[in-house]
Design a protein around this ligand. Structure first.
Ligand code: AMP
Ligand code: GLY
Length: 509
């Protein structure tokens, strides 16, 4: 059994979990990290002493040669989409992680959707828009059974110019909101609707108009559980998907992504995707270009607050295995989704090597793809690695060599539960620099791993918060209920100012 030097690219909780699994391998000689500022990684790996940037990738390749790196593991999607695997691979270096054209599955949701449609792989219908007004109009078509909107559509019809029509519409909405909330309105808005000539103001009386405007504002703010979802096509660090609860929220999202361009080029193209209903599950597989090794299903908890309330986040906790995906449904997902995806990629000349992560919605009509990722999930990786019994180096090298058909993978029979401790203000505006206490105490508990995600050492050597998701407290036990209990007992040992976390990760639903 030959020993291997491994370079791990990436510096979050997923990478700490990977490093921890790699460090357990009897095949590991030395582990190197691109992110020694993460104290979890610093404790397990030597720092890379060259810049880590695609523009200077030759220096990383040189580093690999000088240090006899036998395996590069790329954790995050950014370097995969930028082509690290292509460039290092071209230098003869063995890389676990897909090439840039394969990573488009995650980095270009429009391309991914086309691939899925082309291969009849179950996924939600979606249309691509590049124009904000087209997006707004699409949302409006979804609420045209609403009488207030139907009336308004009729009224606005004579205004030919779409920009002008929208201007009048928004003025009417704002006046309606002011009337509903008994707040002062802007005189300019009243002038706009009056000048438009499409509303009725008999003898200067605004009462008939206000009645209409109030109905419009009510419809505008009304909860609508089936509005489509808005997705930036490009990589957006978990901020690119908005599930609007009302037309108001949908228009706000369109405005942010397509007018203010808060995500820049990532939202040059936007998908407006039909809403799917059901339970979500993360089905990850290791792929060697042809063979698919399915990992035990995981469940992420994307929303910020208990009971799946609040905004979407990068993930507030995960469990493995997720019993929501029973054996027959899993077999169906592999047959109808994973296998045809890898085939479709091959037809496009792409050999997918690395982790293929399918975010699935289990709908009454069967599992459907919500998204593909080209890497381990974060935090799904944490409970997965806590359960992995096989040698990760063997497994990754087998994937790189196209030898997965012979690979054997073993998992602990235990369940694993990972609870993410988040920082003050996460996800909107995470605060950093808060001192963390109780780490050693938590990590010393049996069957508990404390994975570092957004942490750093300050000038005094204290471990402080350095990112939104700070720690992934992960525990294993023979039952999920006990794994949860252990994870939460460990969470209770840790404190930092502003710390918050969900209390229902892995709770019975
Ligand atoms: P994504 O980053 O694509 O996983 O999307 C983030 C979250 O948005 C998902 O985990 C789902 O909860 C939700 N989501 C995405 N697409 C849809 C859809 N078509 N229908 C319902 N929810 C969705
Ligand atoms: N846990 C969600 C993700 O890794 O994208």
């Amino acid at each position: 059994m030959s020993k291997v030097n491994v370079l791990l690219i990436g510096g979050g909780g997923r990478e700490h979990a990977l490093a921890d699994a790699l460090a357990r391998s009897p095949r590991l000689a030395r582990l190197y990290t691109t992110h020694p500022q993460n104290p979890g990684l610093a404790a397990l790996a030597q720092p890379v002493d060259v810049p880590v940037h695609i523009r200077e990738i030759y220096r990383l390749a040189q580093f690999c040669r000088h240090h006899d790196i036998g395996l590069v593991v790329i954790g995050p999607e950014g370097p995969l989409a930028e082509g690290y695997a292509d460039r290092l691979g071209a230098e003869g270096i063995t890389v676990f992680g897909p090439t840039a054209d394969a990573a488009r599955l995650e980095a270009d949701k429009v391309w991914c959707k086309q691939l899925l449609r082309g291969a009849s792989i179950p996924t939600a219908d979606a249309r691509v828009v590049t124009d904000a007004e087209a997006a707004r109009q699409f949302f409006e078509t979804r609420v045209h059974d609403d009488s207030a909107f139907a009336l308004l559509a009729q009224r606005l019809l004579p205004i030919r110019d779409p920009a002008r029509r929208r201007h009048v519409f928004m003025a009417a909405v704002r006046l309606g909101i002011a009337a509903l909330d008994r707040a002062a309105h802007h005189a300019a808005d009243l002038t706009t609707v009056k000048d438009s000539g499409v509303f009725r103001f008999p003898a200067g009386d605004s009462a008939p108009f206000l009645l209409e405007a109030k109905a419009l504002a009510t419809a505008w703010r009304a909860p609508r559980p089936d509005l489509p979802v808005i997705k930036a096509a490009g990589l957006a660090a978990g901020k690119g998907v908005i599930v609007p609860a009302s037309l108001h929220e949908a228009f706000d999202a369109v405005d942010r992504l397509m007018v203010q361009k808060t995500l820049g080029d990532a939202a040059r193209q936007v998908l407006i995707e039909d809403r799917l209903d059901g339970t979500e599950v993360s089905l990850l597989a290791i792929v060697d270009g042809q063979n698919i090794l399915v990992l035990p299903p995981c469940q992420d908890h994307k929303r910020l607050l208990d009971g799946d309330a609040g905004p979407n986040t990068g993930g507030m906790g995960a469990i493995c295995p997720a019993d929501t995906l029973d054996e027959p449904t899993m077999a169906r997902a592999v047959r109808d989704i994973l296998v045809p995806t890898v085939d479709a990629l091959r037809r496009d000349g792409i050999r997918y090597r690395g982790v293929l992560y399918a975010g699935l919605m289990l709908t009454p009509a069967g599992p459907k793809v919500l998204e593909y990722n080209c890497r381990f999930g974060d935090p799904e990786c944490q409970p997965l690695m806590a359960r992995l019994r096989s040698d990760p180096i063997d497994l990754m090298l087998a994937a790189c060599a196209g030898r997965l058909a012979d690979a054997d993978v073993h998992w602990s029979p235990d369940a694993a539960c990972c609870v993410v401790l988040a920082t003050h203000g996460y996800p909107a505006s995470p605060r950093t620099g808060d001192a963390i206490r109780g780490l050693d105490h938590a990590a010393a508990l049996p069957h508990v791993k404390v994975y570092h995600a957004g942490t750093a050492r300050d000038a005094d050597g204290r471990i402080v918060t350095a990112g939104g998701r700070v720690l992934g407290v992960t525990a294993t036990a023979p039952t999920l209920a006990d794994a949860r209990r252990r994870a939460y007992d460990a969470c209770a040992c840790i404190t930092f100012p502003g710390m918050h976390y969900r209390k229902d990760i892995g709770a019975p639903r």
